[in-house]
Design a binder for this molecule. Structure first.
Ligand SMILES: [Zn+2]
Length: 198
């Protein structure tokens, strides 16, 4: 699935299971960081722009789902994130499954344009080549299923942010989060007033 979908899903789960902003951010990151191995895409675009040659997405194809889409990556990322946590045990027990939720989501919804473009999860890479998991029913990365999931997550995020007083923007900036949430809460109050007759 797309990094945005992973981010929203991870934040919603993190916001329901942690007790402070720092741990919430860390647990959210556990659900997004596996896609850091797709940053070869930036190198691909840079190489193609500089050389003037067609982009073959070499680094992206080569390393995405290779470095951080297996249990070695899960251990590494969890250990890294836990070292910044307030409640270490809780964050460890959340980060590890969150990382795996990312893998499961990729397994069900990350196919390329054709039916043969299945994207498998080599669960022990980069250490071992096996086991390799794939699902024949894997839907397209840009398929309607992923779009619906994303729309539902955005709606849930807006609802929760207005109710709880913080949003997923807190991961990037507390200031932007405060402004965003105050606008959402104003809209929410205005909507409530409209519903009350008279
Ligand atoms: Zn992924």
């Amino acid at each position: 699935m797309s990094p945005i979908t992973h981010f929203l899903a991870s934040w919603i789960i993190a916001s329901a299971t942690t007790t402070n902003s720092r741990d919430r951010k860390l647990v959210t990151l556990a659900g997004v960081l596996p896609d850091a191995d797709g940053l070869g895409l930036v190198a691909d675009v840079a190489v193609s722009t500089i050389s003037g040659k067609e982009n073959t997405f070499y680094y992206y194809q080569q390393y995405h789902h290779y470095w951080l889409h297996g249990w070695p990556g899960a251990i590494l990322v969890t250990a890294l994130l836990v070292s910044f946590a307030r409640h270490r045990w809780r964050v460890a027990l959340l980060c590890f499954p969150m990382f795996h939720l990312h893998l499961v989501c990729d397994l069900i919804g990350s196919r390329g344009p054709t039916l043969g473009d299945l994207w498998p999860i080599a669960f022990s890479e980069p250490l071992f080549r096996r086991p390799v998991f794939f699902w024949k029913g894997q839907w397209r990365l840009d398929g309607w299923q992923n779009r619906i999931i994303c729309v539902v997550l955005v709606a849930a995020e807006l609802f929760l942010a207005a109710r709880r007083g913080y949003s997923c923007l807190e991961v990037f900036s507390q200031k932007a989060d405060a402004v965003f949430v105050s606008v959402l809460q104003k809209w929410r109050t205005a909507l409530k007033r409209q519903k009350v007759p008279g």
